[in-house]
Design a protein around this ligand. Structure first.
Ligand SMILES: *Cc1c(COP(=O)(O)O)cnc(C)c1O
Length: 468
């Protein structure tokens, strides 16, 4: 493709994406294709000869679009938002256009410095602890996902505990990790990947709000200490996946300090809310944590992938993940006056992800980011009131931010049937969880363009569909 052809087709692609943004509401929210349908449309072998670009684009409409679930539909209320926005999409295009590898400062200084700078901005925007700034002992890095952040945090914790160093005794088998029963499955996965056994993870009980019980945590730690094990890593969650429960950071942090355990906070979904001062109460105690992660790619209008991770002290993280082969040696690294983000993550190579954060924050302005988030939370509050006023339904958990959990009082079978009917209608898309062992619907409000009219329509549809 010549630059001129690129220009021509580039315009067409941008036009196609713009049209998608305009008419995304016209598609069934959840893809209605059967398993294997998409592959059935594709030739069994790759083409030997070049194909016209127009034909490729036509196949996008014919084969790909029907197989999409429309996460960017304002009627998408499932899982969690994975929202985006115009400025973010355009930044992704530029990232692809520049095609740089940001593994070290020397391989693209702008990639590293913009990342450090925007993550410093975010410390102020979200009122995070000042230790997180790159100008202090800590610092921020963009990871591909909250799962990667959890794993990196665990590896840093293991490093700080001196447990992976064979010379220092190979304590690996005695390490223990803690998270609530409601914590995200990525914590369990991180434990597995780090080579710990499932018997080295303690899933701690929760209270009636589904938040981790600090008393139960401390008991578990004391028991492990008593039995000669080495408590190493605690993960608390700001906004659990099932119900957006908020673990009490202050108390958990104090326990971690007392027993010198690494304290990781996973705010993947709900961290965005802290751009609004009125929602910052849930991060009280964050100054006690060692690492923190939050995903702008969920609720801050930035395309996946973009997970921001901060550490209060970068030294153990870098010690855990730094390797220096000859072919990466360079003078900037050797002088030690630059950040090389390859030492802050699992892979070597890295995308220029800071560009889309920068575009999005500048293009919205903090004020507009805040307004959208406030609006989503206000809408969720309204839905909560509507549900409480309909005697057929009950709320299944306290609503903290933009997620409402509810069910039919008639029980699991009826609630499951309601969900099935709603999702096959194509009008909206919801998902479920289990709370107190009951089938529970989750209505998550966070797509960039979701307005009151969409939420009102969704609730009317739920009410009507519940009559069966
Ligand atoms: C979404 C979510 C995750 C997993 O996120 P990935 O970025 O897909 O790994 C982890 N923890 C919480 C609390 C989440 O909301």
């Amino acid at each position: 493709m010549t630059p001129d052809e690129f220009r021509n087709y580039g315009h067409k692609v941008v036009e196609r994406v713009a049209r998608y943004l305009e008419d995304v509401e016209s598609f069934p929210v959840q893809s209605q294709v059967q398993p294997g349908w998409v592959r059935g449309q594709l030739p069994s072998a790759a083409p030997d000869e070049p194909e016209p670009f127009d034909q490729i684009l036509a196949d996008v409409d014919r084969i790909i679009v029907p197989g999409l679930t429309h996460w960017q539909s304002p009627n998408f209320f499932a899982f969690f938002p994975a929202n985006h926005s115009g400025p973010s999409i355009l930044a992704e295009l530029m990232t692809a256009g520049f095609g740089v590898q940001g593994m070290m400062w020397a391989t693209s200084p702008a990639c590293t410095e913009l990342e450090s700078h925007v993550l410093d901005w975010l410390v102020d925007m979200l009122a995070l602890p000042m230790d997180f700034k790159s100008t202090s002992l800590g610092g921020g890095v963009i990871q591909d996902s909250a799962s990667s952040s959890a794993l990196c945090a665990l590896l840093a914790a293991r490093e700080r505990a001196g447990a992976f160093n064979v010379k220092r005794g190979g304590l690996q088998k005695g390490l223990t990790c803690y998270a609530s029963r409601e914590a995200h499955s990525s914590i369990e996965k991180a434990v597995q990947i780090a080579g710990l056994g499932s018997d080295q993870l303690r899933l701690i009980d929760v209270d009636d709000q589904f938040a981790l019980r600090p008393d139960a945590l401390e008991m578990a730690i004391l028991k492990d200490l008593d039995e000669g094990r080495h408590p190493t890593f605690v993960c608390a969650t700001i906004g659990t996946t099932s119900s957006q429960a908020m673990d009490p950071l202050q108390e958990i942090g104090a326990i971690c300090r007392r027993h010198q355990v690494w304290f990781h906070v996973d705010a993947a979904m709900c961290g965005t809310a802290a751009i609004c001062p009125e929602f910052r109460n849930f991060q009280e105690g964050l100054e006690l944590c060692d690492s923190y992660c939050w995903s702008p790619n969920k609720w801050m209008f930035v395309n996946f992938d973009c997970n921001c991770m901060w550490v209060a002290d970068r030294e153990p993280l870098i010690r855990a993940l730094s390797i220096q082969p000859e072919y990466l040696r360079n003078s900037a690294t050797e002088r030690g006056d630059v950040i090389d983000y390859r030492d802050w993550q699992i892979p070597l190579g890295r995308r220029f992800r800071a560009l889309k954060l920068w575009f999005t924050i500048r293009s919205f302005g903090v004020r507009n980011l805040r307004d959208r988030v406030r609006n989503h939370v206000a809408l969720a509050k309204e839905v909560e009131e509507w549900i409480a006023a309909d005697s057929r339904f009950e709320l299944a958990a306290p609503r903290n931010l933009n997620l409402v959990c509810f069910r039919l009082k008639d029980g699991d079978r009826q609630t499951e049937e309601l969900l099935h009917r709603l999702n096959t209608s194509g009008m909206i898309y919801l998902t479920h969880t289990r709370l107190n062992d009951k089938f529970t619907l989750r209505l998550s409000i966070g797509q960039t363009e979701t307005q009151r009219q969409h939420v009102e329509r969704a609730w009317k549809l739920i009410q009507q569909t519940a009559d069966f």
